[in-house]
Design a protein around this ligand. Structure first.
Ligand code: MG
Length: 455
């Protein structure tokens, strides 16, 4: 169980690594960390074949530490996070491997403030786990209460925060791709209630992902793209397995990359109220452009959802939007979690209020091209090379951010170099106004990293 360490977002593994006994012990440690006896922890899970087994283990661990469990069963990650917020519970464990292949699974931990447990904060829980969480005495073992209304509550909460009458009067046609995931527990109900004309793809919940891989990439959303074109829909929406990520297909059938969808959401939020916007250092400069133009202040974090929720919690009411490059969008009035349903409903609301199309809204945003590559390295080279690169940027007086790897902002683009946390690579990502410039930047910094690796 030595490999049981918190990654960027929880503890991930296949059945031989993330075993039921490991899940039980780490969940017991988390329960003790939240305060132990008398606290209530919510447990939700996705439809993966190993999820009921791991959720049962997590519940046993929590009960053994003397906490009560509110078991919401099969639910999307955003529904779990909404219930945590609505019930003011003391913590949340979600059993889901998000967009990963079906043989993977993970436990995600969220504290009472709706902030995900990052690698750094996870160390406190790992410590309890290593020493062994203390079982409560028999009289104080927790109680488990099952609650089947989580998805419905989540839909109702969203309906209260959305301009439903504006949407109902326009009856948009929307294609929903649930990808055999938890999206099917919320999306059809929500968009029906909003009065949209819906076409649903891959609605059957199935942990083997028979129709398409879970990650909502352009290649994996081919069917959705063709359905939007075929039905001349106003919008296409695709989710990953646990529905925190959302990707939009515009009325012209174009795939919209994650940070473009997020930049548009940040713009819509800033139009209603000026404030802070939180995103990771790997996100397109587009979000910074939107902040400059619409009166927002950008805050960069490390890459990973827990860091976004951590910063948003710290900023409190001044924060109007958060998100990340892969299609995660946070509207903080509902929760501090990426919520693929609410993000989609807010886009539909904007289309109706503004009486416009998604492609027209996106046309108002600047266009960027990007290029990326990876460079193989030895684990021992990671830290030193990154230090050398940071020193290089400082000595040259460059406009650089050192929150996670090294991000260098240049007049005509930017580049980020990060050492992978799980693999032996440096990742180089560049963005610029033209494809040619993005490629040139990516090349230039790849060469620089290679030079620094050997010098
Ligand atoms: Mg996900």
């Amino acid at each position: 169980m030595d490999s049981l360490k918190f990654g960027t977002n929880g503890i991930r593994g296949r059945t031989n690594e993330l075993t039921p006994s490991a899940a039980l012990e780490i969940s017991a440690a988390f329960a003790q960390w939240t305060g132990g006896v008398g606290k209530t922890i919510i447990v939700g899970r996705d439809m993966r074949l190993t999820s009921p087994m791991l959720a049962a283990a997590a519940k046993a661990g929590i009960l053994r530490s003397g906490c009560d469990v509110l078991d919401i069963g099969l639910a999307s990650s955003p529904s779990c996070e909404y219930i945590l917020h609505a019930r003011k519970a003391d913590g949340l464990i979600i059993v889901t491997a998000s967009h990963n292949p079906p043989e993977w699974n993970a436990l995600k931990f969220v504290d009472k403030n709706g902030v995900g447990i990052s690698r750094e904060r996870g160390k406190e829980i790992e410590k309890i786990f290593s020493a062994g969480a203390k079982p409560a005495e028999w009289k104080k073992i927790g109680k488990c209460i099952e609650y089947a209304g989580a998805c419905k509550d989540h839909v109702n909460a969203m309906m209260k925060l959305i301009n439903v009458s504006a949407i109902k009067s326009r009856r948009l046609s929307v294609v929903l791709d649930c990808g055999n995931g938890t999206a099917a527990t919320v999306a059809p109900q929500l968009f029906k209630a909003l009065g949209c004309n819906i076409t649903i793809l891959n609605e059957k919940i199935d942990g083997t992902f028979p129709s398409r891989p879970s990650e909502p990439t352009e290649a994996n959303l081919k069917l959705l793209i063709s359905k939007v074109k075929e039905t001349k829909a106003n919008l296409g929406v695709g989710w990953d397995g646990d529905s925190d990520r959302v990707i939009f297909i515009c009325n012209k059938g174009n795939f919209i990359v994650g940070d473009r969808g997020f930049a548009l959401s940040a713009k819509l939020a800033l139009e209603k109220r000026k404030g802070s916007v939180v995103t990771t250092v790997a996100t397109s400069k587009l979000v910074e452009d939107v902040c400059k133009k619409y009166g927002g202040t950008i805050h960069y974090t490390k890459v990973g959802a827990p860091y976004i929720s951590e910063k948003m919690h710290e900023l409190g009411n001044s924060c109007v939007s958060g998100g990340e490059e892969v299609g995660g969008i946070v509207w903080p009035e509902l929760s501090l979690a990426k919520d693929g349903f609410f993000a989609a409903a807010k886009i539909v609301e904007a289309l109706c209020e503004k009486q416009t199309t998604l492609s027209a809204m996106l046309n108002e945003l600047p266009l960027y091209s990007n290029a990326k590559t990876k460079i193989e390295c030895k684990p021992s080279q990671k830290e030193k090379t990154m230090q050398k690169l940071a020193k290089y940027a400082k000595e040259k007086g460059m406009d650089a951010i050192f929150i996670d790897g090294v991000r260098i902002n240049l007049p005509d683009g930017w580049v980020i170099v990060r050492a992978s946390g799980t693999e032996n690579y440096f990742r180089v990502f560049a963005e610029a106004k033209s494809e040619k410039k993005a490629n040139a930047l990516m090349q230039e910094y790849s060469e620089l990293v290679k030079k620094l690796m050997v010098s």
